[in-house]
Ligand binder design. Structure first.
Ligand code: CMP
Length: 138
């Protein structure tokens, strides 16, 4: 089991001014930040990141949304990071998310759901490597 996961605070949340509150909740839950950047993805970059969803009907909408404004990308560390972070953020669809979770508090819809969290240790590594060089993390 790895102790790292990868997250993005998505354009809906950054544009509504939720970045600070979301980071505060993440840090208070015991995650430490090992890398972080504020970045505006191009459609090509967003498309590459979400390439695994290329055949899904929502892919075009997802790429357009993720390149519509700045995001915060970060590598986070904690014991059991992938599973604990997914518990902290709640279900992909905020309507089904538990009370108190980040998506329940800050997300509007399944498409614009405030935060991303890796779904496995392997994807946490792939996704962190997509955004960060060795120099940009510790
Ligand atoms: P995320 O955890 O970043 O991983 C894939 C994303 O696709 C997901 O969050 C949602 O934002 C988006 N997504 C998943 N299902 C749908 C859907 N049915 N309609 C629109 N977007 C979706």
């Amino acid at each position: 089991m790895s102790n790292r996961t990868f997250t993005m605070i998505k354009p809906d949340a950054t544009s509504k001014g939720y970045t600070g509150a979301i980071l505060d909740q993440i840090i208070k839950a015991g995650f430490s930040v090992k890398a972080m950047k504020w970045i505006h993805l191009s459609p090509a970059q967003a498309g590459q990141f979400y390439e695994v969803h290329k055949e899904r009907p929502f892919y075009g909408e997802l790429v357009e949304f993720m390149s519509s404004g700045p995001i915060v990308a970060a590598i986070l560390e904690k014991d059991n990071a992938v599973a604990d972070f997914r518990t902290l953020i709640g279900a992909t669809n905020p309507a089904q998310a538990e009370e108190g979770t980040i998506r329940k508090k800050f997300a509007a819809s399944i498409g614009e759901n405030a935060v991303h969290g890796s779904d496995s240790d392997d994807n946490a590594k792939i996704e962190g490597d997509f955004f960060f060089s060795g120099l940009e993390r510790f």
